[in-house]
Design a protein around this ligand. Structure first.
Ligand code: ADP
Ligand code: ZN
Length: 602
């Protein structure tokens, strides 16, 4: 076993990283001591390294159990591109290919073997594994997506239950179980079902520090709002919509507006889905517009933004879906569009559920999503408290922390609004009240003679959105009520009257104006960005030549370091995080040349 102080140099040598992510070092040490391990880390936490580095440092073969063929292929490609002996065996291979790979394993060229559980436990494969164990030794079993073993998890796979057999057949070989889903119940199940012996348990925080969380009220021109948001981003992004129809519509519009986008939903053929997914992974298109069917099995680390165009079903799904951004640890942006019309649609759908218990749960979950979206507290604090994790607030990386909404006194406006509700005899919904306030000349108002009310037109100075914001805030603060019969008629309550009698003032949170950045900063950032884009192009070209996804060549973070530091020599290049010995030799000269060419031009 190598000295602990050399772990960092091994990390740099094989993977090019300068330092361990939180928890990784400790886990690697435990693995090197042949402890059984349970590793719970959120997506993007860096679980793979926890068994990959020990696999390289220990004698023998590490067998990695993985449920999805696509994931296996991804990981093996990434390892091979680091010059590491890794391979997979699954149903996509011919008998001949399987034999060749088995030979490679027996000749000691392979340190990591990825395999699906049913193949691993087959009567044909186990004797081969006996042979491996006898000839070169098995250094560990790594069970990825270990929650699949539990009926209580969200992705139960009965084959995973059989993995216990390995314990008896290969006693003494340590097991490392890894997962991102973390209820206590599932955790206990994993330990029991896999027969872990006095495992060292490591549970990382579910705080994804690199993700910027924000909520934007969905404007009337919501597509324009979306388009503008996408145009501000560079890099890949996912847009989640609730319905297939919406997915098709948005993807189509984006294409017309010059954004490379593709749809993904269950209504497409398998072939189209796979093709679209591959285009996205390879950076042939920038944007994937998808229903939540997309994302489960994909492992693209450089997704830079995730936009929820429609409300998510519950906070847990929101965490998982938005969490597909920034797995590489680089900054990424998660935006949720909040639309009150959407809430009504979802409420309607909930009301159609036959089971009252289901209805109750769905309502509660919707309420939690709305509270998150409307909350003025740190978004992280709200999310993490949902997972039972305490967070001290003030993360400096969410809209509420970065631009705390100032509270403004809107008592006068509230009085106008509430008296208009009173004048209209508490018989109308919000849209109508706002129309009267703003002096609209629509048929319904004229029919009711409401153009003669004293409150008609007294709110022309404020926009419809302003009045809506006030109306919602009054509802949430309990200063106004609403019927629940599906018509949402506004009703006054005791507190409303206090406001109208000037016995109570009304404070509401309003959006702050955006902050300004200096011209000089903008210019410097633009130059780095230009070089970054050129390096991305080079990376894409090299990736296409090899038929691998671009991130396999270099991560975004490494390209960004190249763009900011602009190394002039191979030695300087090799010091960048993400450049290991293998990548230095393979790509160093080409990237250096590109950087040099750029520097000479500007
Ligand atoms: P998980 O399986 O937990 O979702 P991965 O193992 O796929 O996460 O790692 C996520 C990303 O983080 C990958 O792109 C990986 O290369 C990168 N990564 C892992 N460990 C480190 C590290 N110590 N330094 C820098 N990047 C890392
Ligand atoms: Zn915050």
């Amino acid at each position: 076993m190598p000295q602990l102080s050399s772990l960092e140099s091994a990390l740099k040598h094989y993977f090019g990283y300068d330092s361990f992510r939180p928890g990784q070092r400790y886990i690697v040490e435990q693995a090197l001591q042949n402890r059984d391990l349970l590793v719970v880390m959120p997506t993007g936490g860096g679980k793979s390294l926890c068994f990959q580095l020990p696999a390289l440092l220990k004698k023998g073969l590490t067998v990695v159990v993985s449920p999805l063929i696509a994931l296996m292929q991804d990981q093996v490609e990434a390892l091979q591109d680091n010059g590491i002996g890794a391979t997979f065996i699954n149903s996509s291979l011919s008998a001949y290919q399987v034999r060749t790979r088995e030979q490679a394993i027996l000749s000691g060229k392979v340190k990591l073997l990825y395999i699906a559980p049913e193949r691993l436990l087959s009567e044909k494969f186990l004797p081969f594994l006996d042979l491996v164990c006898h000839q070169m030794g098995i250094s560990a079993f790594a069970i990825d997506e270990a929650h699949c073993v539990s009926e209580w998890g969200h992705d139960f796979r009965p084959e995973y239950r059989q993995l216990q057999k390995l314990r008896h057949r290969f006693s003494g070989v340590p097991t490392i179980a890894l997962t991102a889903t973390a209820t206590e119940r599932v955790r206990q199940d994993i330990i029991q079902q896999l027969g872990l012996v006095e495992p060292s348990i490591h549970i990382a925080s579910f705080n994804r520090q690199n993700l910027f969380y924000e909520v934007q009220p969905k404007q009337k021109q919501s597509y324009q709002q979306l388009l503008q948001l996408i145009r501000q981003q560079s890099g890949a992004g996912i847009i989640y919509c609730l319905s297939r129809r919406r997915v098709d519509e948005i993807a189509f519009k984006l294409k017309n507006d010059g954004i490379a986008a593709l749809p993904y939903h269950a209504g497409l053929s398998d072939r189209d889905r796979t093709a679209n997914q591959t285009s996205f992974i390879r950076d042939d298109v920038q944007v994937m517009v998808a229903t939540i069917a997309f994302g489960m099995g994909i492992n693209k680390p450089d997704v830079r933004f995730v936009i929820h165009y429609d409300l998510p079903r519950n906070l847990e799904s929101y965490y998982q879906e938005s969490g597909r951004a920034g797995r590489d640890g680089e900054p990424a942006r998660c935006t949720l569009f909040l639309n009150y019309g959407d809430i009504k649609t979802i409420e309607y759908l909930i009301a159609q559920k036959p089971d009252p218990q289901e209805q109750r749960i769905a309502k509660q979950q919707l309420r939690q999503v709305i509270d998150y979206a409307e909350g003025i507290d740190c978004r992280r604090t709200i999310q993490l408290s949902y997972f039972g994790e305490r967070f001290s607030g003030k993360c400096d990386n969410c809209d509420n922390c970065c631009h705390p909404k100032p509270m403004q006194d809107w008592t006068m406006e509230a009085m106008k609004f509430l008296s208009c509700v009173a004048r209209c005899k508490e018989r109308f919904g919000m849209t109508y009240i706002i129309d009267v306030l703003r002096g609209a000349k629509n048929q319904k108002i004229l029919q009711n003679g409401h153009q003669n009310l004293s409150t008609y037109g007294i709110g022309k100075d404020r926009s419809i959105d302003d009045w809506r914001m006030l109306g919602r805030s009054l509802l949430h603060q309990g200063l106004l009520a609403q019927t629940t019969d599906g018509y949402s008629v506004l009703k006054l309550n005791a507190l409303s009257w206090e406001v109208m009698r000037r016995q109570r003032s009304v404070l509401i949170a309003v959006s702050a104006a955006p902050t300004r950045i200096s011209d000089e900063d903008t210019r410097a950032a633009a130059e780095v960005e230009l070089l970054f884009q050129r390096l991305r192009k080079l990376r894409k070209q090299l990736a296409d030549e090899q038929g691998v996804p671009p991130y396999v060549i270099f991560a975004d973070s490494t390209l960004r370091l190249m763009a900011t530091q602009q190394p002039k020599s191979l030695a300087a290049f090799s010091r960048l995080s993400g450049v290991g010995s293998h990548k230095l030799a393979r790509y160093g000269a080409q990237f250096l040349a590109e950087i040099q060419a750029y520097c000479e031009e500007v």
